[in-house]
Design a protein around this ligand. Sequence first.
Ligand code: UDP
Length: 462
Amino acid sequence: HRRRGRGPHEPCARRVLVFPLPFQGHIDPMLHLACALHARGLAVTVLHTRFNALNPALHPEFRFVEVPDGTPAEVAAKGGIIDIILAMNAAMEASTTVRDVLASVVADEGQPRVSCLFIDANLLAVQKAAAAVGLPTMVLRTGSAACLGCFLAYPMLHEKGYLPPQESQLYTPVPELPPLRVKDLIFSKHCNHEMVRRVLARATETVQNCSGVVINTIEALEPDEMQRIRDELADLPVVLAAGPLHKLSSKSTGSSLLDQDYSCIKWLDTQRSGSVLYVSFGSLASMDADEFLEVAWGLADSGHPFLWVVRPKKVGDAESESARLPDGFEEAVEGRGMVIRWAPQREVLAHPAVGGFWTHGGWNSTLEGISEGIPMICRPDAIDQMMNTRYVQDVWGAGFELEGELERGKIKDTIEKLMNEREGAEMRERAKQLSRMVADCLENSGSSQIAIDKLVSYILSL
Ligand code: UDP
């Protein structure tokens, strides 16, 4: 199976537009997909919002167009993803700006003809604008196949009374979505449930109205979940598992909203192989001041080397402060622990010194951990993180959940279990097997490469 990219002087056959949702976990997979399509000979124009604007310098091979999104400053300043999704869509739907921008980008005669626009499922307003100018849309789902299955099932989950979750039912199985229990379903304790429901209803509408779906997962990781989605979306010509997207193209730079501190790689170089616990809770998850203290002292008391990302409250806002480390902490962990504001996470996880990952279970982090064969402690916060944790623990066996109150003694024991005990060693072995599965899907005849081939043929047919 031979694949041909574009020679240095050959013109691109066609152009695709991509429009990510402006949050870290959504931007990177979209740009990685764009890299993979560009490597197969397609020209790429990236549309991006003014909010969390992207840096064109990271991708000189693409054209960038900024779209004034109209998100009210006070909503953007608060930084809640659900509020921002709703406000941004409402503002875009209230004006013709997006439609006008799309029309002018499509009409650019100096560029190859546009085949389609890839959008995040949360950008229904952009899909409507694209439809108005006759442009087909493809959806990139940046979560798992199980997560998309849960989106599609959301009305049923309410009709049957699983949602909103009742305290007494948290461990009740949901037989319609095995292996999930009520506590694993999409939910957020940080915002009004009706708003989550609206966001998911709109995302489902976007998926149902598009011309094809690409999911950042691996066929062999979620075979039953992919089958269920294909059955449900039987009218769509393509429903592809093309992940992990960050591994698909050799030139897979994302677009970090914060400066990544590369000094940690030098520090990792000085640490013993497999000895370091990498601790990061992604770009949005939050913890209160007491929990933060317990995490700090749990890491200190564990005696293990660790690299801990303590990011500013809001990613994308350089002004916002990181939480302050407790007095005496730095002395207690000197030489053994490093704390940074933001990591080059994919490089960190690929570093031989890293032997464990304490994560919030965001889908990108989960895929990045699996890709490098790193076992995980999962501390889910909201949305799809509970279900990702459920899969990591009970389906793939590559980690376990740290449940209940965060307390330093419990944290110390949890780290010990992952890094030193037999159970942790078994999870490490399972994680290594998963990383081999990832390597297989990226081979020339691997499932994700074939998915991208199919995608390119489909794009060229549009
Ligand atoms: N990330 C990073 N540096 C950090 C922490 C996270 O580059 O210090 C990246 C990480 O590699 C991942 C993304 O931020 O690709 C977070 O996405 P995820 O889906 O895991 O979580 P979210 O932030 O959406 O909750």
